[in-house]
Design a binder for this molecule. Sequence first.
Ligand SMILES: [Zn+2]
Length: 130
Amino acid sequence: MTDKQFQAVMDDVHALRKKWFPILGLNQWRNIPIVFRRDCSSDKENSMAEVAVSWEYRHGTIFIYGPKWFEYMSASEYHFVHECCHFLVAEMRCWGPPTVPSEDYERRVQHEERVVTDLAMAFLRARKSK
Ligand SMILES: [Zn+2]
């Protein structure tokens, strides 16, 4: 990706952070840096972003994969809010056994994805209905 495209991704994400972190309460977490990558995810090549959350310390990191973010930037607000919603529900992963077979882990992730998808869409609808 070009420098101009990468800058457009960073500008887009910074604007979304400024808008959505206060709404979602994430500005009250200790620290949530955003790491911008110029490459795609090594294991999920279509992923626009992913998060690593240490909910117990109210800390985490958002990883933005520049090429995919730029490709789908017209829908970036939904995707940004979706990633932020993972911070809000990450604590739920602690329920159940700490280690589970991989197929059970995948099911856990599917449930979380469905929940954060619905939450993100609800937040966007609520915001637009103001
Ligand atoms: Zn997700």
